[in-house]
Design a protein around this ligand. Structure first.
Ligand SMILES: [Fe+2]
Length: 198
């Protein structure tokens, strides 16, 4: 399954697809009047149902509702459908992502932070059995400013004049997090993934 984020509406041609797909999840706290689903359920290779949900952080992002306003209901809905529940928390602030993981500890399998593109060194399993990482990192070109050609990003920051961003090419890496869990959804381990390592 795939999760989106604050760029969910960037490609208008994707909107009709979002209304029909069972596999793509958009943040639950974007407008309820916009298309797309905020909860999807897939099946693991051993047959265990796995629910994927996504929320967006409040700080510096445009949300229709604060993440903590909607998270409990969303988690309840996901848990009714699957023992394994993954939350992608797409947010800017490390504090907001850590607070969400703590709030959900013991109620979901994992709270995986995204959006800031830089993998954090805090992959862990919390005492209640929830795996967490503040940011899973970026799969893409790391010889860049979070994926954008460095010279274009710095030009915009130095001058304040909008520049058309282009993706960089060098230093491509896969980053993410590998989580092992029991069939009841309790996380056993949470390890960052980085390929190649340097
Ligand atoms: Fe983002």
């Amino acid at each position: 399954m795939l999760t989106l984020g604050n760029h969910a509406w960037a490609r208008k041609e994707l909107l009709p697809y979002l209304s029909g797909t069972e596999r793509v999840v958009r943040p639950a706290n974007l407008s309820r009047h916009a298309p797309g689903r905020s909860l999807a359920v897939g099946t693991a290779t051993d047959g265990t149902p796995v629910a994927v949900i996504q929320l967006m952080g409040w700080l510096f992002l445009e949300v229709a509702a604060g993440p903590f306003e909607v998270v409990d209901e969303l988690v309840e809905e996901a848990r009714a459908k699957a023992p394994v529940v993954l939350l992608d928390f797409h947010a800017e602030a490390t504090s907001e992502k850590i607070a969400m993981a703590r709030w959900l500890d013991g109620r979901v399998t994992a709270v995986i932070g995204t959006h800031t593109h830089v993998q954090t060194a805090d992959a862990r399993v919390l005492p209640g059995g929830t795996a967490a990482i503040t940011d899973a990192g970026m799969t893409g070109p790391h010889d860049s400013v979070i994926g954008v050609k460095a010279e274009l990003a710095t030009q915009r920051m130095r001058t304040g004049i909008p520049v058309r961003f282009e993706p960089a090419e060098g230093g491509v890496r896969i980053e993410g997090v590998l989580i092992e869990c029991d069939p009841d959804g309790r996380a056993r381990s949470c390890e960052p993934v980085r390929v190649p390592v340097e």
